[in-house]
Design a binder for this molecule. Sequence first.
Ligand code: GFB
Length: 310
Amino acid sequence: MELADKIYIAGHRGMVGSAIHRHLQSKGFTNIITRSSAELDLKDQAAVNKFFKTEEPSSVFLAAAKVGGINANNIYRAEFIYDNLMIEANVIHAAYKAGVKKLLFLGSSCIYPKMAPQPLNEDSLLTGLLESTNEPYAIAKIAGIKLCDAYRAQYGCNFISAMPTNLYGPNDNYDLEKSHVLPALLRKIITAKTNNASSVTIWGTGSPRREFLHVDDLAEACIYLMQNYNEPGFVNIGTGIDLTIMELANLIKDIVGYSGTIETDISKPDGTPQKLLDVTKLKRLGWEATIPLKEGIKMVYERVKNNNWE
Ligand code: GFB
């Protein structure tokens, strides 16, 4: 990727796409193209083909996706599989037809079997059954990896895939029904502090373990892989460190300065028991995360502490 190359970021308004946009701009990339979903519906094959034929980008970051936390994945099952399959199939096929030189597809750590050995190594893909709450989303993301690999094998396209762990950062979703756990707990705990509430209720038992990566780190890793990785298969992107949901709640309590108690609602699902990525491959390629979880949460807290639910 050269500084003057035409780079298309699909999904530039989302948490991931907007971070990639900021980081590319700060590195001096000058020819970045974007389209809002109103301007270009990535589920519309004809529109996507026309866009690629007209613009002929040389590099593509495929960060557009229908995403959400455990509850949204579980409820909007049809939308999570349909939207994601359509977006990735349309963009990857159009990129091939338009002669895109390099494409990065972004998936998620939920592609791994529910009971795969921890930490989750890239070799565990398709070795067992998936977690049921997000199976439709995971199937779509696995299809994305296989699309990139198939287009590489049959057509010689340099399309690569990366699987980030659970992400947080600027432009996250704070809708309590649809969001991921970290923004949800931040909002619940800030609100409880503001209202002097004596307790906060978290979903599930609090015992599942999760790993969290700041999206600024993810953006750096994505740009690094675009410049340094040209292989089939995919690369995990994470910190290699996890904690329980209860530990996360207590960490957020400390940062926010909230002294109430944490209650659990076990009528809500726990999801997969642990999701910790093996980041050996990424480290071997020469990249490591730099933002410790506590620092990262503090940065996000500063953005939203006055109830600015972005
Ligand atoms: O982040 P999260 O929604 O998704 O939830 P997953 C992680 C854990 O936090 C689960 C618990 O064990 C939840 O039960 N949790 C506790 C909460 N309180 C809350 C709360 O208020 N809101 C939420 N959302 N969770 C998603 C997948 O899985 O991770 C997606 O469904 C995707 O497909 C994404 O892979 C990264 O980590 O369980």
